[in-house]
Design a protein around this ligand. Sequence first.
Ligand code: SAH
Length: 292
Amino acid sequence: MTVQNPGTTTAVPIPAQSTYQARIADYWNREHNPVNLELGKIDDLYHHHYGIGDADWSVLDETDAERRRELVTAELHRLEHAQAELLATHLGPLTPADRVFDAGCGRGGGSVTAHLRYGCHADGVTISAKQAEFAAEQARARGIDDKVRYHHRNMLDTGLATGAYAASWNNESTMYVELDLLFAEHARLLRRGGRYVVITGCYNDTYGQASREVSLINAHYICDIHPRSEYFRAMARHRLVPAHVEDLTAATIPYWELRKQADHLVTGIEDTFLTAYKNGSFQYLLIVADRV
Ligand code: SAH
């Protein structure tokens, strides 16, 4: 009988550490939705998240079909960018010497937004190699690649320097991971007194369990939306103390109402989001926390 050396473990491929994570990487490597690319092209700020704020409905009155599409695209982009700016305001104050960590950075718009606001260094991490390359190319084209860097890594095990970050965030990327593993990594990377910000869809505990719509959203994106309560439990376990909580549900509904009418951009999930928000089973939440 051969006794295996107990010190030997099976090699785990990094950054995808599980079959699930490999599927997520595949999904984002293949993703070319016009709702992400057409909006980003406007000013080279690529956001893969939803919008907030009042919509300018007059864009729908345009009678020329081509022009109407352009106006709707620009308006949706404005609302998505407003969401990124809201998140960025909560990261500060920061100085150009500070470093921030963008967990699940997509095509990179959030890190650029933070850098433009504070002049800070940014490290964005995505499990998709394609996204990391795309985002890095954008930073090069803007001439900010000395301060804004993108990495093809796992946000649960980034390999980035302990305590080196003044602020960090997840913008619509927490539903792909276990919160305990994620917050342990943020707590490790953030210096004491550092800021953590999350914007996420979560299911509403007062509704009960996840609704049919929440389950449909999970199936659509291959994710696992957490209940609201789980965020606070997991933060408390990982030295993250909430300082500000904001329910953005009402603020995101105009974005979805407008997007629903954008035939050139819809992905098919629009009605499900609207029903979920309106029946109270789903919430769009901002949490700002201090690392103690
Ligand atoms: N925060 C970005 C993108 C949100 S989309 C924005 O606001 O535009 C979700 C992102 O999470 C994708 O970029 C996906 O690659 C990333 N992601 C999911 N699981 C991940 C993991 N384990 N490690 C790193 N990135 C991950």
